[in-house]
Design a protein around this ligand. Structure first.
Ligand code: NAP
Length: 316
């Protein structure tokens, strides 16, 4: 039996992290030869049909003449999609149940943080203020999820199970157990007007860049809070700061930013109504990601069929 074509690993990770990726991938695919691009011989580059990537230089992909598809180790692939505009090679993003679970956990955790008024108690503690605030039950708290895909749907289910009222917005109409779903511009306005906490989980595309701007933030319920676990540019930073400064929004939990790491002079760092997280809501778990990638590669080897990938026309 002839050995399968080598798989190329292309990342911009520090050497140690890339070596960790390689070790997990090799353990999950003992029958495959996986070679970091810089170590690949010319004949291996010429034969390679699959690339496994983490924020690769797109030029490196176009330099592999037989490349049939690209498997991302990340769930979000907007930078890659933006820089491979003709849809070639096909890009398969990571859909990993462990990452989905981690994101749903993060959504629930930070929803509780806001529902239990933790930002206000933190501020009170700093000023030695002993004051009980009114308790708001989950059943009296509406969480609006902007983006009801793999991550948003699972987060919605966890919130429903925890007793919250949940409404969700997607591009196409959708039904989900216990969730009031909506779509379109009117649907978004309804969700924003009804939600005590808005959680952003849409991919960054031409349709969602700047989605939460001054106009849409203005229709949010007075005193509502925003959680952005999607990508920084989905929310217009300056407009969000205005809404927080004038008290229309009570708080923002931000895990993603226009520039990461967040620059030291960003007003978000010191803002009393902002919680800054360093892009940690759902990190890739290398072991489970490698198992997902191994299943995709095995299916491709067995059938020749490329796993379902990004639709470049819609951008996600
Ligand atoms: P997904 O399965 O592709 O779902 C995307 C959802 O957004 C779908 O419900 C889709 O609607 C909706 N959507 C997309 N464009 C829209 C538009 N123009 N108008 C209305 N709805 C729109 O993506 P996912 O796996 O849930 O991931 C979402 C994003 O989370 C990723 O793209 C990534 O940016 C982010 N993420 C962040 C972290 C982190 O650590 N902070 C980790 C992983 C992922 P339809 O259902 O109608 O298609």
């Amino acid at each position: 039996m002839t050995a399968p074509d080598p798989i190329t690993l292309i990342t911009d990770l520090p050497d140690e992290e890339e070596a960790g990726c390689l070790a997990e991938l090799a353990a999950a695919m003992p029958g495959e030869r996986i070679v970091p691009l810089r170590a690949a011989r010319p004949d291996e580059r010429a034969r390679c049909t699959i690339a496994i990537v983490a924020r690769p230089d797109p030029a490196a992909l176009t330099a592999l003449p037989r490349l049939a598809w690209v498997q991302s180790l990340w769930a979000g692939v907007e930078q890659l999609v933006a820089r491979l505009p003709d849809g070639k090679p096909p890009v398969v993003r990571l859909v990993d149940p462990e990452l989905t679970r981690t994101m749903a956990e993060a959504v629930l955790a930070w929803t509780y943080y806001l529902q239990r008024d933790m930002p206000a108690y933190l501020a009170q503690q700093r000023s030695c203020v002993w004051q009980q605030r009114p308790y708001r039950k989950p059943a009296d708290t509406t969480v609006g999820i902007v983006g009801l895909g793999t991550l948003g749907s699972r987060a919605a289910e966890r919130l429903i199970d925890a007793g919250f009222r949940v409404t969700g917005w997607s591009r196409m109409p959708k039904t989900l157990r216990g969730v009031a779903t909506c779509h379109g511009e009117d649907g978004l306005a309804q969700l924003l007007g009804a939600s005590d906490i808005v959680v952003c989980l849409v991919p960054l595309t031409h349709g969602t860049r700047g989605l939460l701007d001054a106009r849409r933030l203005a229709v949010m319920k007075p005193g509502a809070a925003l959680v952005n676990f999607a990508r920084g540019p989905v929310v217009v930073a300056a407009d969000l700061l205005c809404a927080l400064d004038d008290g229309r929004l009570s708080h923002a939990v931000l895990d993603v930013f226009d520039v990461e790491p967040l620059p030291g002079n960003s007003p978000f760092w010191q803002h009393p109504s902002v919680t800054v997280l360093p892009h940690v809501s759902a990190p890739t778990d290398l072991r489970s990601a490698a198992a997902v990638v191994a299943r995709n590669v095995a299916a491709y080897r067995a059938t020749g069929r490329i796993p379902d990938g990004i639709d470049f026309s819609r951008g996600y």
